[in-house]
Structure formats: structure tokens, C-alpha cells
Design a protein around this ligand. Structure first.
Ligand SMILES: Cc1cc2nc3c(=O)[nH]c(=O)nc-3n(C[C@H](O)[C@H](O)[C@H](O)COP(=O)(O)OP(=O)(O)OC[C@H]3O[C@@H](n4cnc5c(N)ncnc54)[C@H](O)[C@@H]3O)c2cc1C
Length: 309
């Protein structure tokens, strides 16, 4: 493709749909549109959320396969459709409406038009600022026991409690997979630590009084008082935020948690704009991303046909 940014807006390439984010959800949406013989452009920055994990689990047919491999197989299958195009780039602006069409502007200055827009750009995880944590993310610092718990079943597991309110549920859930010790990041008051300690003791779990100060080795937890605890893995509950603010700038409503509001067809509150998986609901996995992407792709197609209310 030649760079279309130099052309006037009427001449810009126009696609039936542009999908922003070419990972599990985005590719799945594009596949439905491709199979309906529609033209689709996927624009992807290449930063899927689970890129730090060596293997992905819990997705039927792909259990134990590397994320990069799952995505590459999907990409090859998709690119076999002659009306699908792929661009490795970042979308920095998307404007327009279903009546006028949507204009998409990329960081490289490439510009496109789309009749429908699918937001599948996912989220960004914001880990607690504890030395050594980020470096082990997806390896021995984990977020989801359904994705990575089975491999460490029956071992010593650490959990960094996210908040007073969530602590009990976090610890109870993880106890299914191993012997849990709870840690805190030093953001709780002494009173809260004491109270929580009592509550967790009630279900047989110890809360370390001293705050977690760093992670070394595989998963050696260094506490502020100088002591260390060795665990097989540490589970944390990161804050997540949308990987892009395109939705809010398009005028789409978001939920209190920050994810994009969608209806049962995955259409946002702006007609012609669809959003799927992690961007549209923060807790997610590959199977759900593929499922919701398919929903969004079919809905975008039905919208093109004027069949969506
Ligand atoms: C450490 C870790 C391990 C995980 N392990 C598993 C597992 O084992 N099994 C499982 O089922 N789930 C796992 N998950 C969850 C899974 O990764 C997500 O649910 C899934 O990736 C969501 O898919 P998605 O398509 O919505 O978003 P993503 O996979 O995050 O993809 C979004 C894509 O959009 C791109 N993008 C973002 N902004 C823009 C922009 N402005 N322009 C262009 N492109 C953009 C990104 O670069 C990225 O490629 C894990 C998550 C984490 C954090």
C-alpha cells in the first residue's frame, strides 16, 4: 500500500470496517467480516496483554501454546482472505459517525476511512510499584489462577492483597490452588493490617505484617523488616485502564470501572462503533476475547446491512 496520507479525504482508502487492535478479539471480529466478503483493515501495535507469558492456558484447542504462536496462526488464517489488510501501527485519532463514516489517523500519519469501527485495543495493566515485580510479570508474578494456577498447584503461593475489601475473596479463591500467604504493599494502616490479619487467620491464612518491599530470584519476597519468604508464584491484582482513549474521544460512554459500555451486540453508545473484550470488560481471557470478537464482527456486519436496531 502506498501512504494515503498525502491524498485528500475523499480519496482515502475506505474499508467496510477498521478494527483497532489485532489480537484475539480484534482478529476474531475481522474473521466474521472477512467471511461475509467485507473489506477489513486491522491496525495493531503488537502489544497483546499476555505477551509476557511463555504459555497461554485455559483456551480450548490452544491450552499450553505460546501466545505469540496462537496470534500468528490467527493472523495467517485471516490474511488468506483477500479483502483483509493488516497494518502494524498505532491509531492516534478516530472521528466521525455512522452517517458520515469514520476517519482513522495513525501515528505514522497514514489515514483511512471506515463505515464501521471496532475497538479491540485491550487494556494496560498497572502493577504496584514494588521493585522486581514488573520484571517477573507473566512469569512468577501472575494475575489469574485460571490461566496459570494449575501449573503451581499444591505449592506455596503468595498473594498481594489489592485492598481491604477484596482481600478475603482474593485469598479464598487462591486457596483452591495451594498454601496461601498474604502480603500487603504498605498502603494499609497498622489497624487495617491487624484487623485483616485476624479475618484471614479465621480461614487459616497468614497475613505478613511487614510490607512487601521487593521481589528477587524466581519469586523470593523481600519484606520491609529484612525477612524473606520464598513462594512459587505471587498473585497480584493490577489496576487496569484502557490502552487508548479513542473511545472517550469518540464520545462512547464508559462504565464506572473504566471499560467501554456496550450492549448485547457489542455496540457502544455511539452507533457504528463496536467494542469487544478486555476494552469492553476488564476481566478477560482468550476464549472470551475470541467469543466477543466474533459477536462484534457479526454485529458490525449486520449494522452494515441495516439489520441492527
Ligand atoms: C500476564 C498475563 C497472562 C495471561 N495469561 C492468559 C492465559 O494463559 N490464558 C488466557 O485465556 N488469558 C490470559 N490472559 C488474559 C488475556 O491476555 C487477555 O484477556 C486477552 O489478551 C484480551 O484480548 P484482547 O484482544 O481484548 O486484547 P489484547 O490481547 O490486549 O490486544 C489488544 C491489541 O491492541 C493493540 N492496541 C492497543 N492500542 C492500540 C492503538 N491505539 N492502535 C493500534 N493497536 C492498539 C495492542 O498493542 C494489542 O496488540 C493473560 C493476561 C496477562 C496480563
Amino acid at each position: 500500500m502506498s501512504n494515503p496520507s498525502a491524498r485528500s479525504s475523499e480519496e482515502l482508502p475506505i474499508f467496510d470496517a477498521v478494527v483497532i487492535g489485532g489480537s484475539y478479539a480484534g482478529m476474531s471480529a475481522a474473521l466474521q467480516l472477512a467471511r461475509a466478503c467485507r473489506s477489513v483493515l486491522l491496525i495493531d501495535q503488537g502489544q497483546p496483554r499476555n505477551r509476557r507469558a511463555a504459555k497461554a492456558h485455559g483456551c480450548l484447542g490452544w491450552d499450553g501454546v505460546a501466545p505469540v504462536q496462537i496470534l500468528e496462526v490467527g493472523r495467517q488464517q485471516l490474511l488468506a482472505y483477500d479483502r483483509v489488510q493488516w497494518l502494524t501501527d498505532e491509531v492516534i485519532e478516530a472521528t466521525g459517525s455512522v452517517e458520515r463514516g469514520f476517519a482513522i489517523h495513525c501515528a505514522s500519519d497514514w489515514r483511512y476511512q471506515a463505515r464501521r469501527l471496532i475497538l479491540a485495543h485491550g487494556v494496560v495493566d498497572q502493577l504496584p510499584n514494588i521493585p522486581g515485580l514488573a520484571e517477573r510479570w507473566g512469569e512468577t508474578v501472575l494475575h489469574c489462577p485460571y490461566c496459570h494456577g494449575y501449573e503451581i498447584c499444591g505449592t506455596q503461593i503468595g498473594v498481594l492483597i489489592a485492598s481491604k475489601a477484596e482481600a478475603l475473596a482474593q485469598v479464598k479463591a487462591l486457596s483452591q490452588w495451594g498454601a496461601v500467604t498474604a502480603f500487603h504493599a504498605g498502603t494499609l494502616s497498622k489497624d487495617d493490617v491487624r484487623r485483616l490479619s485476624g479475618e484471614l487467620e479465621g480461614i487459616g491464612v497468614t497475613l505478613e505484617e511487614s510490607a512487601l518491599a521487593g521481589v528477587t530470584g524466581n519469586a523470593i519476597l523481600n519484606l520491609a523488616d529484612g525477612s524473606v519468604r520464598d513462594v512459587e508464584a505471587l498473585f497480584v491484582h493490577p489496576e487496569t485502564c484502557l490502552a487508548s482513549d479513542l473511545a472517550t474521544r469518540l464520545g462512547c460512554e464508559t462504565e464506572d470501572a473504566g471499560c467501554i459500555t456496550t450492549d448485547s451486540a457489542k455496540q457502544t453508545t455511539i452507533a457504528g462503533v463496536f467494542a469487544c473484550r478486555d476494552a469492553a470488560r476488564f476481566a478477560g481471557n482468550i476464549a472470551l476475547a475470541v467469543g466477543e470478537g466474533a459477536l462484534a464482527g457479526v454485529a458490525a456486519h449486520r449494522s452494515l446491512l441495516g439489520l441492527l436496531p
